[in-house]
Design a protein around this ligand. Sequence first.
Ligand code: MRU
Length: 353
Amino acid sequence: MASPTYQAVSWNDGAVRLLEQRDLPHREHYKDYQGARETADAIRDMVVRGAPAIGCTAAYGLASEAFTIMKSRGIPNSWSDALAPGMETLRNSRPTAVNLMWALDELKPLVEERSADPATLPERLLAAAQKIFDDDVASCKAMGRIGAQLLPDTGDRPITIMTHCNAGALATAGYGTALGVIRGAVEMGRSVHVIANETRPYLQGARLTAWELLEDGIDTTLITDNMAGWLMQCGEIDAIVVGADRVAGNGDAANKIGTYTHSVLAKRHGIPFFVACPLSTIDRETASGSGIAIEDRDAKEVTEIFDKPIAPANVKVRHPAFDVTPAELITALVTEKGAVHPPSKEGIDTLFE
Ligand code: MRU
């Protein structure tokens, strides 16, 4: 499969370059973000989104903060003290996607290192951030190959795969998790048809997944979220593949709101339900899904579509941005180290050995 012409996250001369995902699919353009504050705002405001992409962005954001500090004030007495506020700002930019915290934790030992030359810290942070980025691409490709082999055999008929939200190249360093499995199937020579759920309220499915799959020439049909159950009942869906923002130690998986609904429907209709994510999305310190923080977002994202009100101004609104699918509803958790089916604490622990 040809490499995409777009890149959700990259490094550009001391700054984090982000594809402005809020303007897709109409306009493809990029902006540079300098330092931790600007980068954290971009994460919070959804310029970049998707768990692994947020992790890569935070890592580059911390490197950018270090370069910015050194340029304006020289080498600080303590890098740890100088970077602490920026690290905290980045860490708090979104609460559910654990890749964000994971990436910052990966960089922390460098920040706290006392024996290395402090003048080289920005360069060392950048190299570590680049490694997180490169590893994520490799992980996505590996889980794509592994997941594709688990998809059901449909004989001569194309396989129809449903996906929810966007867990693709736009949500990672490249290739994607759930869309990585779909790309893996295409690369294996399978004929694939994708049903993309639009994913209210932020429309990641309609705006991003549909765009990204069409860019690759993959046969894609868009539906609104409430059509999914009917298509399952009509026997039109062979498998469901989604990504994850945080998987607890027992395999419960937090992903975009609506994922849980689809997992229940999949169980009802005997459709295999796969969750694809890198090990960096697995948070073994959180024992089960009940411990995962669920982000509540602005009511306006529910009451308005593209700044146009669609509800009475005084209506009460709930807006949890994620839900948790219990491990028992997941056929297999697909990672770069192999698949665990069904997901369990024991199975997940073996991935880390
Ligand atoms: O709110 P978002 O767009 O950041 O939510 C993204 C998702 O829920 C994705 O499915 C998840 O991060 C997996 S990305 C490979």
